[in-house]
Design a protein around this ligand. Structure first.
Ligand code: BDR
Ligand code: CA
Length: 311
């Protein structure tokens, strides 16, 4: 079974992903590391602990991540209007009995990679701050791969026309991680916006999915209302779950490889741009010599949604 650490800001679609990963026979979740994004890091840590308790998997360690961006910015963009004040659709939040481990998220990631060199995949579902700290401290960290939900390449973003939320929240971190040597599969809005759960899926989960299904259905209502209000959509986008399916079923995606850069400031802050290897530019440019990573540009969306349903 493939060992994964989920770096996450739960978060409604994060919660669905955590459950899906815990239930999937091909992966072993060896830890959760937390970050800000959908809520502040203290809250996302409580949510991570609470979700594990609900799934009766409090044996999985949780390591708390950074409270600020990679460059130390404490004023954060929190998506409470998408995920509710508690990050879990205003369902009241979690009051876990268990506690996070002593190690910070980046220390935990480095430690797991050293214990199982070449075996650990980090599934990154929030801003890439923790991974950026880990890679700054150890650029040759022996991770197997990083699969990340992030970016918008040939479609509009969801924070503004150019930026996707996870990248926008900490663009310096993303640019560092995308320039790193750990092999990456980047799963952007280009594919995740097409993978949807319907209200019928939520009803079925509530009726037939036991405690976990009921929890998914409850926390998703606020997120579904946001989709209705904002996109006039009768369903919800499975951003983070799609990135998880990319770990276990990469064959359901069309991947293109290239160097990726992130605009860190200004008008286009958070924009992700890939060099498609067209070799038409003269001289050096900011993409020259950067590591090549895989970006998912197309998806068999029906098969992805079925794969999420199946977990
Ligand atoms: C990403 O931002 C968060 O709101 C979601 O959990 C997902 O990781 C989508 O842009
Ligand atoms: Ca997320």
């Amino acid at each position: 079974r493939r060992k994964i650490i989920i770096d996450t800001d739960p978060g409604v679609d994060d919660a669905i992903t955590i459950f899906a990963a815990l239930l999937h026979p091909d992966v072993e979740v060896i830890g959760l590391t937390t970050i800000f994004g959908n809520c502040p890091t203290t809250k996302s840590t409580e949510n991570a602990l609470g979700l594990l308790e609900l799934a009766e998997r409090a044996d999985v360690p949780v390591a708390k991540g950074s409270d600020c961006t990679f460059t130390g910015e404490e004023k954060l963009r929190i998506a409470d209007f998408v995920h509710g004040d508690d990050g879990l659709g205003n369902t009241g939040g979690m009051r876990p009995k268990s506690k996070a481990v002593e190690a910070t998220a980046s220390e935990f990631i480095l430690d797991c990679a050293s214990k199982h060199p070449g075996e650990v995949t980090v599934l990154a579902l929030g801003p890439l701050t923790n991974l950026a700290i880990a890679l700054r401290d150890r650029p040759d960290v022996p991770l197997r791969s990083i699969v990340c939900l992030g970016g918008a390449f040939f479609v509009n973003g969801n924070v503004n026309p150019s930026a996707e939320a996870n990248i926008f929240c900490d663009p310096h971190a993303a640019d560092l991680v995308f320039g790193g040597r750990v092999p990456m599969q980047i799963v952007p809005l280009d594919v995740t916006c097409r993978c949807l759960f319907s209200s019928m899926d939520l009803e079925t989960l509530a009726k037939e999915g036991g405690t976990i299904g009921k929890c998914v259905s409850d926390v998703s209502q606020f997120y579904a209302d946001f989709h209705k209000r904002t996109y006039n959509l009768n369903g919800l986008m499975l951003h983070d779950p799609t990135a998880f399916i990319a770990v276990v079923r990469p064959d359901l995606f069309y991947w293109k490889s290239g160097a990726v850069r992130v605009a860190c400031d200004g008008l286009l802050k958070g924009m992700t741009v890939m060099d498609e290897n067209k070799k038409i530019w003269r001289g050096e440019n900011p993409w020259t010599g950067r590591e090549q990573h895989s970006v998912a540009l197309q998806v068999d969306d029906r098969a992805v949604v079925d794969a999420v349903r199946a977990t």
